[in-house]
Write a protein that binds this ligand. Sequence first.
Ligand code: SF4
Length: 372
Amino acid sequence: MPDDRPHFFDQTPETLADLCAGWGLPRFRAKQVFGWVYAKGVADPRQMTNLSARDRELLADRLRFVTGQVVRHQNASDGTQKLLIDWNPAPGSTGVSLQLMPADDDPPPSDQTECVMIPTAGDANRRPRRTACISSQVGCPVGCKFCASGLGGLDGNLTAGQIVQQAWQLQQLTHVGRLTNVVFMGMGEPMANLRAVLPAVRTLAAGWGLGLSARRITVSTVGVPAGIRKLADLDLPVTLAVSLHAPNDQLRQQIIPWAEFVSIQQLTDAGRDYFAKTGREVTLEYILLGHVNDRPEHARELATVAKRLRSNVNLIRYNEVAGLPYARPDDADVLRFQSILKSAGVNTHLRASRGRDIAAACGQLRHEAAAV
Ligand code: SF4
């Protein structure tokens, strides 16, 4: 029997207060419970000691708190940590196995998703960051040709509560401190699950929730113009990252199946609207695939697109996925590509790959035992 009790991480203080009132509890219980979960990191009502024993039991009975089960917790040599969450665990299963350096990274079955904590040391110009990379769907419907997450297609959408819970669990279980950033760059296309992603973003940014600055929340998309406009309507200055990955429609359609439905021109129009409404510069994400999209002419075309959008560009070296025919680009090609963009006046960053030894890097998260 599916457990259809409400999930705490789906709630706002108002909806939980309504539930409490319906259960005969005072409405202010909701505020107390929110304080326990988000401020103190306690999600077991039996440990909420300023609630009466009766109310603790009632909440434990009526409300689900942490759903799903962390079935694997991996640590990479660079400090990156990855959780595998089973959203439909078998009755009686015991939960987490802690692995320091796995010999191999068995792909998880469906109903499971991965999320990653990426701690980054600070320097003279930047404070340390603790970035949660979370998933919005089980699998992904887009099927980018180079990506592990899209290999098995889409198995389902996560709820808002399941999305928020990933960030909360990363904060609690990785013991690196409070989150500073969240990126929707795990499994899934956030714009294909906006019904859950938009309320999740609100909870991540709310003072009563995880309390992140909206600017430090990045929603990454292959580009769905209607979705980009709905995100702008949220009226939060969330960072929008568009995964371009190719500088012209022809090449883009070869590696991103959804590019057939949306041209780069339509994407840049939606990106300009986003900037006009939120004041946030759009970031273009560009995975460099060796000898596919990393040629000098591609860099020159990309510079034209970036300038049209007035966006900055994040370059990411491709991380190999077993069974896929793409290669990591040569260092010399990457530097030449970056230098062409910079010479054209485009603000460009080369992102470091993190967590490669536990397959936690960009495009390496996967969700099912695909034939690779
Ligand atoms: Fe989906 Fe992103 Fe992978 Fe493309 S790169 S298949 S959009 S998860």
